[in-house]
Design a protein around this ligand. Structure first.
Ligand code: BG6
Length: 461
């Protein structure tokens, strides 16, 4: 027996996978769904995308029953996906009954098959009508979002106990207003800060609204807690790491979990003329409505060093505060360009345990995207993805170590279940436990799926 085989996780541990509505549903302009920013952006600028747009995903809208059966076939006990805001409320106010019927049956099917649904409200998919009003930089969105959140619990609260407000909120903030990866793809630090603040306020208003409808539900949020590692112990590098920590980790973690804003972050924004005028009532809402559990998406660490040049001038962009640094011992997934560093999962488990009151948390995404996986198919069409098995084992080993030391982790979800569409990479990198043939939509279990299934089976014995 290898060391990994002897690891024992708790009996009721969540073993599952994650995905999102916009990356799996398909039928993106059908059955009453209004366009979101991805649908519109693809229509306006298809060259931004890697050939395939958001309309052509894995057709879960029509195939969910078979997919849920597949979840049960491989022993998953939980699954996270999202509701599409622009499908459920196409104009922000009117319920789309076809969407209600679809989601109810999807969630009921999960329940019937023993799969706990964990349902997220926002996975980078802004309705187009809201984007035309300014998206996350228009404060009106906080009430629109709370209305959507309330509606979700009214319609599905009897089927879904675990809700999450956001998936990786920093991503829609930085990709839309700093790094130009998401629509409207502009560079404006002040707008990034505004959109981050209104996202946090929307999270709290949503929790308040959802809990008013049902006190039986649990509401959490999902953050990508990329741990920060400094190049050296020099004063400058440590300062850069501190800035990176404040902007990338504490910025969302502290307000969403503790209801307060990091004092040093407020100071940093003030010094750089980036602080917003906020009102006391909103701060009270943020303070009083925090996440009850946390999902952590982990793929890669963030390594930083002091930037070159004059660090005392007002910071215009995060890269004026910290610069990336490539660790000479790093292992890398060459297809995605992301460092592989399982030890960070242990560090995350300690961060949550020691600095965030040991709030109950789960690994809500972890995985490895590999290009051209068809080359690893055996004669039966099964992809022999031993690298994925190794990746999962290494990460679970580190997670287990943190849990042994008392970190309150209750689950592990792989990204993803069936190979799915990715925002700008289409289907280039595949992450699934099942592969997909895009022409026929046929799903085939990979070796990692087979392995994961047997592993879960053994854990439940
Ligand atoms: C996560 C996102 O950060 O990474 C997913 O929540 C995404 O939506 C996943 O698909 C993998 O990233 P990518 O860019 O390779 O699809």
């Amino acid at each position: 027996m290898t060391k990994f085989d002897s690891l024992k996780f708790p009996k009721d541990f969540w073993w599952g996978a994650a995905a999102s509505a916009p990356q799996t549903e398909g039928e993106s302009l059908a059955y009453g769904k209004a366009p979101n920013t991805w649908d519109k952006w693809f229509e306006m600028a298809p060259e931004v995308f890697s050939e395939i747009g958001p309309g052509r995903t894995s057709n879960v809208y029509n195939l969910y029953r078979e997919d849920v059966q597949r979840m049960q076939d491989i022993n998953l006990n939980s699954y996270r996906t999202s509701i599409s805001w622009s499908r459920l409320l196409p104009d922000g106010e009117t319920l789309n009954q076809e969407a209600v019927a679809y989601y109810r049956d999807y969630f009921q099917t999960m329940r019937d098959k023993g799969i706990e649904p964990i349902i997220n409200l926002f996975h980078f998919d802004m309705p187009w009508w809201m984007m035309e009003l300014g998206g996350w930089i228009n404060p009106i969105i906080t009430d629109k979002f709370a209305f959507y959140a309330r509606t979700c619990v009214e319609q599905f609260g009897d089927l879904v106990k675990y809700w999450v407000t956001f998936n990786e909120p920093i991503v829609h903030v930085e990709c839309s207003y700093i790094y130009e990866f998401h629509y409207p793809a502009i560079r404006d630090f002040k707008k990034a800060i505004e959109s981050g603040y209104y996202t946090i306020l929307a999270h709290s208003k949503a929790i308040k609204a959802m809990k008013e409808v049902s006190s039986d539900i649990k509401v959490g949020t999902i953050l990508n807690l990329t741990p920060i590692y400094s190049k050296s112990d020099s004063k400058e590098d440590l300062q850069a790491a501190r800035y990176a920590q404040l902007l990338n980790v504490d910025s969302f973690l502290e307000p969403m979990v503790k209801g307060t804003f990091p004092k040093d972050l407020v100071l940093l924004l003030e010094e750089n003329d980036l602080l917003l005028n906020v009102n006391e009532d909103d701060l009270t809402i943020i303070r009083e409505n925090t996440a009850e559990f946390l999902g952590v998406n982990y793929y890669q660490p963030k390594r930083v060093q002091a930037p070159e040049g004059d660090v005392n001038r007002p910071a215009l962009m995060p890269e004026d505060l910290y610069a990336p640094y490539i660790w000479k011992e790093r292992r890398i997934n060459p297809y995605r360009g992301w460092e592989i560093y399982p030890e960070a999962l242990y560090d995350i488990s300690k961060l949550v345990q020691n600095e965030y009151g040991n709030i109950p948390w789960f690994v809500s995404e972890n995985g490895i995207g590999v290009a051209d996986e068809a080359r690893f198919q055996d004669e039966n069409g099964m992809i022999q993805d031993d690298y994925r098995i190794e990746f999962i084992q290494e990460h679970l080993t580190m997670l287990h170590k943190g849990m042994e030391e008392g970190s309150n982790c209750f689950g592990y979800h792989l990204w993803t279940f069936v190979d799915c569409w990715s925002w700008l990479n289409g289907y280039n990198n595949r992450y699934g436990l099942y592969s997909i043939d895009l022409k026929t939509q046929k799903r085939t279990l990979k070796k990692s799926g087979q392995w994961f299934s047997e592993f879960i089976q053994k854990q439940s014995q």
